[in-house]
Ligand binder design. Structure first.
Ligand code: KG4
Ligand code: ZN
Length: 353
């Protein structure tokens, strides 16, 4: 089964072709990602209108490149998948409409994929793991702990009550003037810094749920930075290191509780899987590894390029759904908000938003 996947939820224009064999194994035939980082850099964050226009300009070319690299013709496809949400609505319209046009013109099934479901299922493409597993999804827009029991069968165990972890990294970077995108640059600066210099809070630690809160930590960091401004390079490195260490401690505690909840409600997880851009952070990966071992399971971390937004994860989620006979009508609507718990084995509802 060869599926084309299109991803335009945020600031990456991406397309890929993935092949799923009958035994459930997947292979990436092509995976083309065009990042809009340069378009948004001067604003220090993603500007929705700029993103939507950039998707319109690039998508045809990116799809053609993915098809050419895969060596597959449109007629040879078994389905066309696109991320239909959650995300920035302008980008979603561009990607989903393109997928609809291709599906209609070629007479192929359309699969409207939930972007979070695609992150959740990526480890089955890269590591062929079986259900159930615990997912830690941490990106610029999302921070969630989920029980993944099957395709279209997700249990939310916890999540952020305010900012996403990636967002907190990005804002920290902006205040400290280390640049955009913040995550990788804060991590880099943290390597040179002293994590014990600033006593930052560890919000939510010790609570019996698996929820996160980042806004208090963000504010505490800002107050510390303002106290000692103007900042030297050493100050910036120490602030980054102290911030990152606070996040690492929070992740350890919240995931430990999350895995306990998983065992109580679902059973023994096959793995702890991480996904989203934040999972590229080495310090966070290390602590996830530790918490997984402590819970008697293993950490499965897809390669960083497949943890961040890409078309292969959309194509793969499309393939997993199509293999179960789950397709969507051509009038399916994109959804800016679309919580993963609302994704079921049933087809996507057309009208809800
Ligand atoms: O999954 P992703 O590529 O896009 C979405 O947000 O959907 O994640 C991007 C986010 C950004 O907030 C970025 O700062 C963060 O992931 N990130 C990191 C690192 N690399 C990317 N955060 C911490 N450390 C990193 N090394
Ligand atoms: Zn994402």
């Amino acid at each position: 089964m060869d599926i084309l996947g299109i991803e335009t939820t945020c600031d990456e224009t991406a397309a890929a072709v993935v092949r799923r064999s009958d035994d459930g194994h997947g292979r990436i035939l092509s995976n083309v990602v065009l990042s809009q980082i340069r378009e948004h850099a001067e604003f220090g964050g993603v500007v929705p209108e700029i993103a939507a226009r950039a998707h319109v300009e690039a998508l045809d070319r990116i799809v053609a490149k993915a098809m050419a690299e895969a060596g597959v013709s449109f007629a040879g496809l078994d389905g066309v998948a696109a991320a239909a949400g959650p995300g920035l609505i302008g980008g979603l319209i561009v990607g989903l409409t393109t997928a609809k046009a291709l599906a209609l013109a070629q007479g192929k099934p359309l699969i409207a994929v939930n972007h979070l479901e695609a992150h959740a299922l990526t480890a089955r493409l890269t590591d062929a793991i079986s259900f159930p597993y615990c997912l830690f999804l941490a990106s610029g827009g999302h921070t969630q702990v989920l029980g993944v029991r099957g395709v279209g069968d997700y249990l939310r165990l916890g999540g952020t009550v305010d900012d996403a972890i990636g967002e907190a990294f990005d804002k920290t970077a902006k205040w400290l003037g280390v640049g955009y995108p913040g995550g990788p640059l804060v991590e880099q600066a943290a390597r040179r810094g002293d994590a014990r210099r600033f006593a930052l809070p560890r919000p939510m630690v010790g609570r019996p749920d698996a929820d996160f809160s980042l806004s208090g930590l963000k504010t505490a960091l800002r107050i510390e930075a303002e106290k000692i401004a103007p900042l030297s390079d050493t100050d910036v490195a120490d602030l980054c290191a102290s911030f990152q260490q606070a996040v690492v401690d929070v992740v350890f505690d919240r995931l430990r509780t999350g895995l306990r909840m998983f065992r109580d409600r679902i059973g023994m997880p096959r793995a702890l899987v991480c996904a989203g851009g934040v999972a590229a952070n080495q310090a966070i990966r290390k602590v996830l590894h530790r918490v997984a071992l402590e819970a008697g399971t293993v950490l499965v971390a897809p390669p960083p390029a497949l943890c961040t937004d890409n078309g292969a994860m959309i194509a793969w989620a499309g393939a997993e759904r199509l293999a179960l006979g789950l397709t969507d009508p051509l009038d399916v609507a994109p959804r800016a908000r679309w919580p993963l718990e609302q994704v079921t084995k049933a087809a996507t509802p057309i009208s809800s938003s």
